[in-house]
Design a protein around this ligand. Sequence first.
Ligand code: GLU
Length: 332
Amino acid sequence: MDLPKLAIAALGGTVSMQARNAGEGVIPTVSGETLLASLPELSTLARVTVETLGLLPSASLDFEFLLSVLSWASFQVKQGAVGVVITQGTDTLEESAQFFDYLWPHDTPLVLTGAMRSAAQPGADGPANLLDACRVALADGSRQRGVQVVMNGEIHRANSVRKTDSLALQAFSSPVTGPVGLLIEDCVRYLRPPVQRAVLPLPQQTTQKVALLEASLSADTLLLENILALGYDGLVIAGFGAGHVSQRWATNIERIAEKIPVIIATRTGSGSTAQATYGFDGSEMDLIRKGALMSGFLCPRKARILLWLLIGCQRQHELTRYLKGNIQHRCD
Ligand code: GLU
């Protein structure tokens, strides 16, 4: 039987980590080829191409590198891959997934996975996650779903998934919506149909700087006062509750929003920002009046990725349109 072609890239992360010597901390050393050696059953499912594109902790990935990974993945699709899997560290998995999802123009599934336990730890979850990710990437039902994250038997959409636990095996969740699918007895089961996604052109520039600041109780305004002078091109605020900041922050945000795009998200970890509920100084209604945009369900980190990409392809004036899909509209 002619098996489908599957492409896998390893970027590093815990899934590729081992200690060089006893007592030392784990570091990325295990290649994609070695990872695959622990999954002999994969050869019965697909013809696999594997490449180690990096051996990095995911905190040290950057947008330029991710663009090169994206071009590798697109090349694999052109070469006939029916699915692409990328393994990376889980610390920034939710951000890479969103980054790729905005730029992935294919119907072909692109699936990200990693591990919470390193390769040599008892109960290492890397092999199971990788096999699950391959099954998802090969499934017909995964087409037209953009980029998805597969961890611990769950399938999550790129724009909803978050790392919500620092060390637990069940570290990923999609607040409010839950996973879009599950792996049950090795089968891919979707709970919801695919949704339409916004796909952006590749950024022509990558030097833009977008700051992300979190509101906190009694915070000073020193960083806000200097954002424009420091040369930032955009600002995302992880605001209190439904997208709120202090009165002093609101005054600064008004001045900043006259010059660069400012997005207000919620720091709560779940739920949407409001747009027409609170009217105090620093509330969402006040911040909208002052020129800021609300992110809706898009979390602060994903909102920063959207803004960085839009500035990179000179489409920042379309920010409202791209945020719109994430905004909860008031019922009539
Ligand atoms: N827990 C993280 C990981 O899964 C730490 C390292 C990283 O993100 O690269 O992979």
